[in-house]
Structures are given as structure tokens and as C-alpha cells.
Design a protein around this ligand. Structure first.
Ligand code: HEM
Length: 206
């Protein structure tokens, strides 16, 4: 939702953090880069329907701020209301994918909102509290670090370790070998995105 905005393509490409993924739930969740976002969309739509004075964009930002407050270590985010409801869906192709090169990712964030390489890595603190369901469909909820419920710097440390294997099946698009692929009990091992690996080793973002 939020990254679906483009200075070069203009306003018709998408309005960024405008709630369009909730307002056009049969369009944006179907973009391949959004695979898995339907969980959040389907959970938020009932709130949107029962609170019709709250815009979809405000609802998503508020939900994000509340969600983050559940993770120990996370900052308390300021929430500002006032986004109008979007009238168009965003176009496909604006969401970065894990198989994208560092050049492509940095260009995309710069085009979206003049984000610097430093700011892109700061935003990737989000992968401290993230798990993947769709990169490898043979496993559920593969975390990107060993502390997926704690907002900490562990992802930035673990992404530098040597990759030794995959938590599930090999040869998935956008995934590279992880340093800690072994699971325990019902927990899968850690997954490493190709993009996180590449960003951690590029001179502009390492
Ligand atoms: C640099 C480009 C980025 C790429 C290529 C990328 C890619 C991905 C991928 C492939 C997943 C796993 C989806 C799945 O299989 O379920 C994921 C999860 C996630 N990403 Fe990113 N991401 C990027 C940047 C960001 C940013 C900037 C944020 C937020 C500020 C973010 C927040 C998250 C969160 C919260 C999850 C976990 C979702 C969940 O647990 O259901 N990512 N990302």
C-alpha cells in the first residue's frame, strides 16, 4: 500500500499510504509482490465496514502502530489521522520483490519518496518482526531472525552470517541460504531473503 506511489509515473500510478489495498481488495492483493497481504486485508475489512467515518488509509496506519506496540522493544509510533479515501487502485509493479537487485530496490524507494539508502535500511528494521509464508510455500511463518516477536537489531546481525542451508525447500525465487535453517519443534528455521542478503553486502547500504 504505502510504497505504491511513484514520482516518475505520477498520481495515476497510486497514492501511497492511501488504503487502496483495502478499498480494492480484488486488485492489489492479487499482485504477485503482495502475495500474503490478503491476511491483513481480510482482517481489517470488517473494521473498515463497521467504522465508516475512518478512512481506509487511516485504519491501516493505526493498525500498524497498534500492531507494533505488541512487539517488545518497538518504538511507540505517533498516529496522525486525516487521509482521504482513495478512488483508484495502485498499478502493479511498484512493490519491491526479494529477487530485485539493490539498484532496483534503491531506485524504487527513491522514486516513491526520495528515500535515501540509509532510510531504506532503517525501514528494514521491520524485518526484525516479520515471517514469510509465501516465499517457500512448503513452510509457514519462517522468521527472518531468531527473535521475530521482538523489535531488535538481530536481523541486521544475522543477515551478515554465512548462509548454510534452507529452512524448507531449495530453489525458491527471492530466497538465499540462511545461517540458521534448522527448526525446532513446530518452529521453522530462519529464512533469508535474497534482497536482505544483497543489501547487507552492497557498499551503499552495508
Ligand atoms: C526492501 C524491499 C523489501 C522487500 C523485497 C521485502 C520483501 C518481503 C517478503 C518477500 C516478505 C515475506 C512475505 C511472505 O512470504 O509472507 C516480507 C515480509 C514482511 N515485510 Fe518486507 N520487504 C521489503 C521491505 C519492507 C519494508 C520497507 C517494510 C516495512 C516498513 C516491510 C515489512 C514487512 C513485514 C512486516 C513483513 C512480515 C509480514 C508478515 O509477517 O505477515 N518490508 N517482506
Amino acid at each position: 500500500d504505502a510504497i505504491a506511489i511513484s514520482q516518475s509515473k505520477g498520481p495515476s500510478a497510486g497514492g501511497g499510504a492511501d488504503g487502496s489495498m483495502l478499498l480494492f481488495p480484488t486488485v492489489e492483493p492479487n499482485f504477485s509482490a503482495n502475495n500474503g497481504i490478503d491476511d491483513s486485508v481480510n482482517n481489517l475489512i470488517p473494521f473498515m465496514q463497521t467504522h465508516d467515518t475512518i478512512s481506509a488509509g487511516d485504519l491501516i496506519q493505526f493498525a500498524g502502530a497498534v500492531a507494533l506496540s505488541n512487539c517488545p522493544g518497538a518504538p511507540q509510533l505517533e498516529f496522525l489521522a486525516g487521509r482521504p479515501n482513495q478512488t483508484i487502485a495502485a498499478i502493479d509493479g511498484l512493490i519491491p520483490e526479494p529477487q530485485d537487485s539493490v539498484d532496483t530496490i534503491l531506485d524504487r524507494f527513491a522514486d516513491a519518496g526520495n528515500f535515501s539508502p540509509f532510510e531504506v535500511i532503517s525501514l528494514l528494521a521491520s524485518h526484525s518482526v516479520a515471517r514469510a509464508d509465501k516465499v517457500d510455500t512448503s513452510i509457514d511463518a519462517a522468521p527472518f531472525d531468531t527473535t521475530p516477536f521482538t523489535f531488535d537489531t538481530q536481523i541486521f546481525l544475522e543477515v551478515l552470517l554465512k548462509g548454510v542451508g534452507f529452512p524448507g525447500s531449495p530453489n525458491n525465487t527471492g530466497e538465499v541460504e540462511s545461517p540458521l535453517p534448522l527448526g525446532s519443534g513446530s518452529d521453522t528455521g530462519e529464512m533469508r531473503l535474497q534482497s536482505d542478503f544483497a543489501l547487507a553486502r552492497d557498499s551503499r547500504t552495508a
